[in-house]
Design a protein around this ligand. Structure first.
Ligand code: 4HQ
Length: 251
């Protein structure tokens, strides 16, 4: 898969992709990351990429022309499998399902906004979709693009050494087809400053460990991310007390 990033801060991306899974994916040839400087598609002395909003208002916007010219030079004719994504606080929320969907594409162009935003014609007539990584305001789309690349790249075939580790994790741990968070995990020492690892994990009873993990994942999800279970709770009747005490507690 090829990731293209369009940005006014190309240096920003020297760091994030030089470590860990993404760096190894690049070295192994499983992905390519091409950083494009938006100012390369400006033709005035000052390499102007921004302008004032029509109708007045605070701050500056990225002009449409350099962004369209950049996209048209990266992809002279748009082929299927080439998807342009605008990172924006107004976009559809990015989640694991969104990452899996983007991982099916051949090439992504991630367009990073700066200043107060981007001329709306980029969202309307260039980008295939507008994505937000969360309900907070960033100072630019660069961090969001790095997040999307990381989440998508690790799903690609041959990127993670351990293929199984992608299925067991947070937001992919399927409970009746619905997501729960990853279960709590511990490593040595078994007693750290008096905080002990749950006994069952040291017991070697694989079936008991499996049940404990499932319950602990559900408990923690209910405590920290009740929103993830709300859908499930609406579909299933509330469990009875005796069910909870039972071996296969279906909470
Ligand atoms: N932005 N997820 C870029 C974001 C954002 C987000 C605000 C996008 C600033 C210039 N991007 N503009 N949240 O907060 O992707």
């Amino acid at each position: 898969m090829i990731f293209h990033v369009l940005t006014i801060f190309p240096e920003f991306f020297r760091g994030p992709f030089e470590h860990g899974v993404v760096a190894r994916a690049v070295e192994a040839g499983a992905i390519r990351i091409r950083i494009h400087n938006l100012r390369d598609w400006t033709f005035d002395r000052h390499k102007t990429v921004d302008d004032r909003p029509f109708g007045g208002g605070e701050g500056m916007l990225l002009k449409p022309e350099p962004i369209f010219l950049a996209a048209e030079s990266i992809w002279p004719e748009r082929k299927p499998g080439q998807r342009a994504v605008l990172l924006s606080a107004q976009g559809r929320l990015f989640d694991q399902a969104g990452a899996r969907r983007l991982a099916l594409e051949a090439e992504l162009l991630l367009i990073c906004g700066r200043y107060e935003g981007v001329d709306e014609r980029v969202a309307g007539h260039l980008a295939d979709e507008e994505i937000s990584i969360g309900d907070y305001v960033l100072s630019g789309g660069e961090l969001a693009a790095a997040v999307v690349i990381d989440a998508v790249a690790r799903l690609l075939p041959g990127v993670l050494g351990n293929v199984a580790s992608t299925v067991q994790e947070s937001f992919s741990g399927l409970e009746d087809g619905l997501p729960t968070l990853d279960c709590p995990q511990y490593t040595r020492p078994a007693d750290f400053r008096g905080w002990k690892v749950p006994e069952v994990l040291l017991s070697g009873h694989h079936e008991q460990i499996r049940l404990w993990r499932r319950q602990a994942a559900l408990d923690k999800t209910r405590r920290l991310r009740p929103d993830l279970l709300a859908h499930r709770d609406r579909l299933k009747p509330a469990p009875q007390e005796q069910d909870l005490a039972g071996k296969e507690a279906e909470s």
